[in-house]
Write a new protein. Structure first.
Length: 134
């Protein structure tokens, strides 16, 4: 039996990363966007991961399913060739951010709050993601 897919409207959203972690081995710093409202069988990806060395001048683009929220997570990991696994994988903290919007309540604005990105409209400026170590 062949199953169809569910069309999910997506936006190409540009983001910038401000790396305030002190880690300069950018290939070992990852940032992930995970769809909190993922639709099984949908055309939008459930998770998207980038290493900071993949970004151009700290800037990248990911697919954002319209009307969804995304958990943003980041970590630094070093691969141990002898042991065959990553070690020392601290989670990195994400700064809050408030972007464009309308109205007077936080719910009316594009924002990152407690590591969750919610967009009420397609941003005209990049989403700003600040990484730091607590």
């Amino acid at each position: 039996t062949e199953y169809g897919s569910i069309e999910v409207e997506t936006w190409d959203v540009t983001f910038t990363v401000d790396n305030r972690t002190g880690f300069d081995d950018l290939a070992n710093v990852q940032i992930s966007f995970t769809d909190s409202n993922y639709i099984y069988g949908g055309t939008a990806p459930q998770s998207q991961t980038f290493t900071l060395d993949e970004l151009v001048d700290g800037k990248g683009t990911f697919k954002y399913a319209e009307g969804h929220s995304y958990t943003i997570s980041a970590s630094h990991a070093t691969y141990n060739e002898e042991a065959g696994h990553y070690e020392n994988v601290p989670a990195l903290d994400i700064y809050g951010w408030r972007g464009e919007g309308y109205g007077s309540s936080d719910a009316d604005f594009n924002r990152i709050e407690d590591g969750v990105l919610t967009l009420v409209s397609l941003p005209t400026k990049p989403v700003e993601i600040g990484l730091y170590v607590d």
